[in-house]
Structure formats: structure tokens, C-alpha cells
Design a protein around this ligand. Structure first.
Ligand SMILES: C[S@@+](CC[C@H](N)C(=O)[O-])C[C@H]1O[C@@H](n2cnc3c(N)ncnc32)[C@H](O)[C@@H]1O
Length: 246
């Protein structure tokens, strides 16, 4: 009897528990010596994320982010940009909904996984490797841009990045953002940034989109269930539209 139970426990750890624990260890390694609220020294994002993504499992799962999918479904398919797209979960979903998808990320390992995933799912996506701080985007090119859980090293860098994204959206086009709120830090989760200076609050987002029509801005408590994002979180959901030219 005991033998059977021990076998079942060992099996469940191997089948379910072990991969998650490995991911937690990786996350802890990446955040080593970082205390909550610390101003974090610049990291080599490419090296950090390539190491995290260098495994068979999908760190954030294969299903799209729930908020992203719910907002995208309200729009007419056109041309979409997904910055810092990781392993392609949102890109593949969008392509299946008939969007023409451009995606990029600093991690080439993520790019390879995303392209293989898209091929398996029989959809086409255009995916390139670039750091967000130097990405080159055409003006007035996209019907929508979606920034899902990507927060550059601090709010100043994020504002510069948003300016570039705003310029790349066509008049009448949309931006969709979901990211961690400043208040998320108090939850002391294993996942998510640990540095207050890169977190969002409503004032920050409103300030960056003063000249756009903000159709949704909401800070909310939630329970995330997307791979490493696994548990209680406080996020900000945001949607805004670029004014049509007069
Ligand atoms: C939390 S993951 C989110 C991935 C994806 N957006 C998703 O929701 O599944 C953050 C992503 O940002 C990417 N990233 C980090 N720093 C970057 C940078 N400076 N430029 C471009 N991508 C970056 C990472 O490689 C990683 O894929």
C-alpha cells in the first residue's frame, strides 16, 4: 500500500510538480540578490531570456493571454504588432483569427520556438529579433499593437518605447496593454518584475496617452494561470485608440 502511494507521489512530482519547480528555480536565479522594490541594475536581457526559454516547455503556455484575446476579438483583423512576444502564444492566436502578424523579441531562442509553434499550428507569422530600445518601426503601419507583460527597465524607457509604438499605429488603430501594476509588488510573488520603477500605474499610462482616446483603463486583482505567471497578481489593463487625422 505504502509502496503504491510512494510510487503515485513520485509519479505526480515527475509528471506535474518537477517542471514547475524547475521554472521557479530559474526565476529565482534570474532575480538572485534582488530585494522587492530595489532599483535593479541593467541586465543582459537577451542572455537572461535565452537561458529561460532554452527548454522544451513553454514558459507562459501556448494559450493566448486572456485579456489580449478578449480585446483582439473586438477588432476587425488587419495588421498587428506584438513586441516582446516570447514563444508566440499571442501571435499564433492572432494569426488564427486572420490577423497579419509581425512580432519581435530580444530572444532568438524565443523566436525559434515561436516559428516552430506557428508551423505546427499551420499559420504564418513574421517574427524578427530586436531589442525594444532600438527597434525600427514604420510610421502609421499597424491597425493594432499589443504589449503583453513587457515592461522595459524603467518608466522612462517605457515612455520612449510607447512613443515609438504610437507612431507605428495607423490613425484609428488601437493599442492593447496588460502589465503588472506597482501594487503587484506587495504580493511578493515569485514571478513578475521586482523593480518598482518599471511597474505601471494608471497615472503613468494616462500621461503617455494624453493625445489618444482611452477606452479602457483598469487596475484589477486577478489570478493568473499562464505557465510561470501562476497565482495572485495585480495587473493594469489598458486599451486606447489613435485619433483619426483631421
Ligand atoms: C514576461 S515575457 C512575456 C512574453 C510574451 N509577451 C507573452 O505574453 O507570452 C517578457 C518578454 O520580454 C522579452 N524582452 C525582455 N527585454 C526585452 C527587450 N529589451 N527588447 C525586446 N524584448 C525583450 C523577453 O525575451 C520575454 O519574451
Amino acid at each position: 500500500m505504502f509502496g503504491l502511494r510512494a510510487f503515485a507521489l513520485a509519479f505526480s512530482i515527475l509528471a506535474l510538480g518537477a517542471p514547475l519547480r524547475a521554472e521557479e528555480a530559474i526565476e529565482e536565479m534570474a532575480n538572485k540578490d534582488v530585494k522587492l522594490g530595489d532599483k535593479v541594475a541593467p541586465r543582459d536581457e537577451k542572455a537572461v531570456w535565452n537561458k529561460k526559454y532554452d527548454r522544451k516547455m513553454f514558459l507562459f503556455g501556448k494559450k493566448p493571454n486572456v485579456f489580449f484575446a478578449s480585446q483582439l476579438d473586438k477588432l476587425t483583423p488587419g495588421k498587428l504588432l506584438l513586441p516582446a512576444e516570447g514563444e508566440g502564444r499571442n501571435a499564433v492566436y492572432a494569426a488564427k483569427q486572420k490577423w497579419k502578424v509581425d512580432a519581435f523579441d530580444v530572444s532568438d531562442v524565443a523566436k525559434d520556438k515561436a516559428l516552430k509553434f506557428a508551423e505546427e499550428e499551420k499559420v504564418a507569422i513574421n517574427y524578427f529579433v530586436s531589442d525594444a530600445s532600438i527597434v525600427d518601426l514604420k510610421p502609421n503601419d499597424y491597425d493594432a499593437v499589443a504589449v503583453i507583460f513587457f515592461q522595459p527597465q524603467d518608466n522612462e524607457a517605457t515612455s520612449k518605447f510607447f512613443t515609438k509604438l504610437k507612431n507605428s499605429v495607423k490613425p484609428g488603430g488601437s493599442i492593447i496593454v496588460e502589465g503588472f501594476a506597482k501594487s503587484h509588488l506587495k504580493l511578493k510573488t515569485r514571478f513578475g518584475p521586482k523593480d518598482l520603477s518599471c511597474m505601471y500605474d494608471k497615472k503613468f499610462l494616462k500621461g503617455n496617452f494624453k493625445d489618444w482616446k482611452i477606452s479602457l483603463i483598469k487596475e484589477r486583482k486577478t489570478v493568473l494561470d499562464e505557465g510561470m505567471h501562476d497565482g495572485k497578481a495585480i495587473v493594469i489593463d489598458f486599451v486606447a485608440e489613435k485619433p483619426n487625422e483631421k
